[in-house]
Write a protein of this length. Structure first.
Length: 86
């Protein structure tokens, strides 16, 4: 089997990833990255990549777990991550 080739991200996906990262970072507040990551069942490195926008399209279940760990609803997250219709 060949390697999976990742298609380049669109500017919209990149922007959405950055927005998600900022939201999660703000929601984390003064809690440590390690504490929130452990509560969500992800690595601190995964959380760091999402918060910094280096992983702009995290797996759905990762987002669900982080939202739960931070007390955010998925409605809140999706509402704030989707760019306003032009």
């Amino acid at each position: 089997m060949g390697r999976m080739v990742r298609t380049p991200l669109t500017p919209e996906e990149r922007e959405r990833g950055e927005r998600l990262g900022r939201l999660l970072r703000a929601a984390r507040g003064d809690r440590s990255m390690a504490e929130v990551a452990a509560r969500a069942g992800v690595s601190a490195e995964t959380l760091r990549k999402i918060e910094t926008g280096r992983a702009p399209t995290p797996a759905f279940f990762t987002v669900v777990a982080l939202a739960a760990a931070l007390g955010l609803s998925l409605d809140e997250l999706s509402g704030q991550c989707v760019p306003a219709a032009a």
